[in-house]
Design a protein around this ligand. Structure first.
Ligand code: CTP
Length: 396
């Protein structure tokens, strides 16, 4: 049974940590709770004790069964989650301050740490909090970002509300299952289908929605990577990810080429147009009597251009969305484009691939198939893909 050390710091969102405790316990987790003094003002330790079925710890001078309390707690868990994490608790963790049981335990643990901040918008946006957040992420602490907007207890509207319990619980479970962290790894991901203008109102596009690429960016950020997402999709940008919006193949090529040297991993999930109209009309093309001809010219192939230039420490991953002979075409693309991995995606089935929330893929490397990922939500597929990429990254 996995053991979660749940750190609870003071804020109105404490009640959601009670719900989280109950949810995790039902899913087979053993939850050990440490509360700050302030947290006990919102919800009593007895509530957490009842939910977790274990004594709750608050006092740093209490002695544990085997010796020093904070060391026992820090050692005896698989994962630590701080929910809610106040600005003060984040600041203490970022700066190594240990002045109560929770902050001391956080300093003493070697287990992966996840924090779910919750605070007033101004506090969340304060440069001090932003700096602490960046420090924590750079150290591999996973941050489950607060909701981007919502009504806060102080009456304000804005960012800072604790993420939904299900979102935090899913992040905890994913973090527990995954081994490798991507802390310090710079990741460049492309997503969505490009649009090549014919005239101001029409374009040549494709069915790629950007869901897979956005999930890949999110999963990398959750593992602590510094992620840049070059996207033509209108989907929301995952928390903690820097987005560069593009529309055409030319814009995407420029954005990726500029950032390639500064990245450790490039994942090309975008469906880049292979051809674009030679000229895009300045005004709307009017309907005539007969047929019209559209002359198309090839676009630049980003992977074929960049992969040969990669440094030995860089990894390049491509996608192959195919309708027939999926593995054969994917292997051919891996070789032709000089890739480290290719994700073969059968887009002829209706239940996976383009526009769907689920996917099932085969990942191929230079030596052949490295993994078959069965049908599951795109975020989980993305997480499995990062596991494979992390195994191939050169060790620092
Ligand atoms: N790709 C790219 N630049 C392009 C077109 C595609 O970098 N101009 C990338 C895609 O992002 C994907 C991989 O190449 O990771 C394979 O894309 P795909 O369109 O399947 O391959 P093509 O080489 O265009 O081959 P085809 O269209 O004939 O299947």
């Amino acid at each position: 049974m996995p053991v979660l050390l749940l750190g609870v710091s003071g804020g109105i969102a404490v009640y959601k940590a009670v719900e989280l405790t109950s949810w995790l316990r039902k899913r087979g987790w053993e939850v050990r709770v440490v509360m700050t003094e302030n947290a006990t003002r919102f919800v009593t330790p007895l509530t957490f004790q009842t939910m977790s079925r274990h004594p709750v710890h608050v006092d740093p001078f209490e002695t544990g069964a085997a010796g020093v309390e904070h060391i026992d707690l820090a050692r005896g868990c698989d994962l630590v989650a701080v929910v809610p994490a106040t600005a003060n608790t984040m600041a203490k963790l970022a700066n190594g301050i240990a002045d109560d049981l929770l902050s001391t335990t956080l300093l003493a643990t070697r287990a992966p740490v996840l924090v779910a901040p919750a605070m007033n918008t101004a506090m969340w946006e304060h440069p001090a909090t932003r700096a602490n957040l960046a420090t924590l992420q750079a150290r591999g602490v996973q941050v489950v970002m607060p909701q981007a907007s919502g009504e806060l207890a102080c009456g304000e509207e804005g960012a800072g509300k604790l993420a939904e319990v299900e979102v935090i619980a899913a992040a905890i479970e994913r973090r527990y299952r995954q081994g490798a962290s991507l802390a310090g790894v710079r990741v460049l991901v492309t997503a969505g289908g490009t649009r090549e203008p014919i005239d101001p109102v029409r374009y040549i596009g494709n069915r790629s929605s950007g869901k897979m690429g956005h999930a890949i960016a999110q999963a990398a950020a959750e593992r602590g990577a510094a992620v840049t997402l070059v996207t033509s999709s209108g989907l929301p940008v995952p928390p903690g990810v820097e987005a560069v919006r593009v529309a055409t193949a030319a814009e995407l090529t420029a954005a990726v080429s500029e950032r390639f040297a500064g990245s450790d991993v490039l994942v090309m999930a975008a469906a880049v147009a292979d051809y674009r109209p030679v000229v895009a009309a300045d005004s709307k093309i009017k309907k005539g009597k007969g047929s019209i001809h559209l002359e198309l010219e090839p676009t630049v192939d980003v992977l074929s251009t960049l992969a040969p230039r990669k440094r030995p420490d860089q990894l390049v991953v491509g996608f192959a969305a195919e309708t027939n002979d999926v593995l054969g075409y994917a292997e051919d693309k891996l070789r032709r484009k000089g890739l480290d991995l290719i994700v073969a995606n059968d887009v002829s089935r209706g239940d996976i691939g383009f526009e769907t929330d689920q996917n099932a893929v085969t990942v191929i490397g230079p030596q052949g198939v490295v993994a078959e990922i069965a049908r599951m939500p795109k975020l989980q597929v993305a997480d499995r893909l990062w596991e494979l990429v992390a195994e191939r990254l050169p060790r620092a």
